[in-house]
Write a protein that binds this ligand. Structure first.
Ligand SMILES: [Zn+2]
Ligand SMILES: [Zn+2]
Length: 386
């Protein structure tokens, strides 16, 4: 039982085979974090970076890694100016307050400030102030102000799979807007190898396969000016667990994935996989890294800002669905070609509204589902000019 690096006695086993002492383990994690940022050569010296915090394991470790990096002496110093953001407002109120309080305490212990925004208020009302909240009393006052639960009730009526998807896209939008306000050209989010594997498989399952590169790679390039980076992508859930134990950090369980959804089933699958076949999860992510985006169209989806596919003569899954619909309607195609085409267009619109012109496949499906509960939802969410 000796450390594979320094040959002293080991204390941490990673992936059931590698033994480290606490010290070498921490050096290794710091190295993974720094080399992920370094080798991608995107950040330059003293860039403003917005760091998104959730209070969960990976967010807690990210905060600690940034603090460590900033406190190194000159040649090893992490050269960036961090701004911290926490998004709240979709959970049970008591729980939201507990999480916000923990994040404030975490930031205070490193002497950082944190901005906290309520998702409903900031997203719907286009409220452009970012409150910097630094005391527990502030949190209580500020949650009293935010009684707008419109978003929460709409998401509550939709299927869990769609709500999970929409929530993620809305948060993404808020990250970008907050970064613009705070003059940050970069955003750090805390996805680990494990979360990225879940996101990859979920993307494939819900029809966002063509967006895998932006959603899973080191950086998300959908915004022209602001890049979302994922510096924790080479760190696994298991490693977070050891890191938190060794440094005695306090975190809170913040699973935002709603149960009974494709995403929650996939998460259980990936967690089991990680447990029993530890090397498989990182292989899943490495495969994702190699998948380039095929859509080079400059038109973007109005909701998720992904590239829309270019017009093509090839038959797609959507054509197959429309064909099935025509067949199950029990009517033969109309002989007149023009009317036939119009009919096809009508069916397409009723099954996949605004697809390819305004929305990608998945957002079109979400639009249809949200419209059943609140026809203003997508209009409010930035797709006003349909
Ligand atoms: Zn060692
Ligand atoms: Zn979309």
């Amino acid at each position: 039982m000796i450390c594979k690096k320094c040959k002293n006695s080991g204390s941490v086993t990673v992936r059931k085979e590698h033994m480290y002492c606490d010290n070498c383990f921490m050096l290794n994690i710091n190295h993974k974090f720094r080399s992920c940022i370094g080798k991608n050569k995107i950040l330059s010296s003293n860039d403003n970076v917005l760091v998104c915090l959730t209070g969960g394991k990976s967010s807690t470790v990210l905060l600690d890694l940034i603090f460590n990096g900033l406190s190194q002496d000159s040649h090893k110093k992490l050269r960036m100016v961090p701004f911290f953001l926490h998004i709240t407002g979709l959970g049970e109120k008591e729980n939201d307050i507990t999480v916000a309080e923990l994040i404030i305490k975490q930031c205070q212990s490193y002497n950082f400030n944190v901005y906290i925004v309520n998702i409903c208020e900031y997203y719907f009302q286009r409220n452009n102030t970012l409150p910097s909240v630094n005391s527990v009393t502030d949190v209580h006052n500020w949650t009293e102000l935010n009684s707008n639960t419109n978003l929460k009730s709409i998401l509550g009526k939709m299927t869990s799979t769609s709500s999970n998807d929409i929530e993620m896209k809305i948060k993404h939008d808020i990250f970008i807007r907050a970064a613009k306000q705070l003059k940050c050209d970069f955003i750090f989010t805390a996805e680990t190898t494990t979360t990225l594997a879940v996101n990859l498989l979920s993307n494939l399952a819900i029809g966002r396969g063509s967006q895998v590169q932006d959603d899973i790679g080191f950086f998300d390039n959908r915004d022209e000016n602001i890049k979302i980076l994922r510096p924790m992508k080479d760190i696994t859930e298991e490693e977070l667990h050891h890191y938190i134990r060794i440094k005695n950090l306090i975190e809170i369980s913040v699973d935002t994935i709603r149960g009974n959804s494709l995403q929650s089933v996939i998460k259980t699958f990936v967690t089991d996989l990680q447990e029993n076949f530890p090397a498989t999860v990182s292989t899943v992510c490495k495969t994702a890294d190699k998948i380039g985006s095929v859509d080079k169209n400059t038109n973007r989806c109005k909701f998720c800002k992904s590239n829309l596919p270019e017009k093509s003569d090839k038959i797609t899954a959507i054509d197959a669905t429309i064909f099935s619909r025509t067949v199950s309607n029990g009517q033969p195609p109309i002989a007149n070609r023009n009317t036939g085409a119009e009919e096809q267009e009508d069916i397409k619109m009723s099954l996949f509204p605004f697809i390819d012109n305004y929305f990608c496949y998945c957002c079109s499906k979400n639009y249809l589902e949200a419209g059943l509960h609140d026809s203003n939802f997508f209009e409010i969410s930035g797709s006003k000019n349909l």
